[in-house]
Design a protein around this ligand. Structure first.
Ligand code: FES
Length: 145
């Protein structure tokens, strides 16, 4: 690992629900991760993602319900379509598309979120730090450390 990536996780509040994984996310998430819960992955604006990168995040992981289990029918599919476009925009402005990742997680997949985060962290560590879009210092904004 070349550096410890700073990662923002947008998590649909329903995908892990009250299982032990949610407890881990709420109380034991390593300090280089920042958790943002949302009512549905379909509620995540690409501007939220851009804001995370401007705040110094090296990567953004979006965790949502598996496609057929979205509580708002197709919110997760809409998010996927929208953010696919956004990842292409990232490439256009000089950031690697791999800095955004989706994880469709069902309440029955215990331990999956930890695996996804570890895999994403490892992949991001091979990329350079995000300095291209980081226009605010994390300390000034009280965001990522
Ligand atoms: Fe979880 Fe829509 S309710 S992704």
């Amino acid at each position: 690992m070349n550096h410890q990536p700073r990662i923002v996780v947008f998590q649909c509040q329903f995908c892990l629900y009250a299982e032990t994984d949610q407890h881990w996310m709420d109380h034991e998430l390593p300090a280089n991760f920042k958790l943002v819960k949302v009512p549905c992955s379909g509620r995540i604006s690409p501007l939220f993602v851009l804001n995370a990168f401007q705040g110094g995040a090296d990567g953004v992981l979006i965790s949502g319900c598996v496609p057929e289990m979205c509580h708002y029918k197709e919110g997760n599919l809409g998010a996927r379509r929208q953010l696919d476009e956004f990842s292409r925009l990232l490439k256009y402005i000089g950031l690697e598309e791999q800095r955004i990742r989706f994880a469709w997680i069902d309440v029955n997949q215990r331990g999956r979120i930890q695996q996804e985060l570890a895999s994403f962290e490892k992949d991001l560590a091979d990329l350079p730090r995000n300095e291209r879009l980081a226009t605010r210092t994390p300390v000034e904004q009280g965001a990522l450390q």
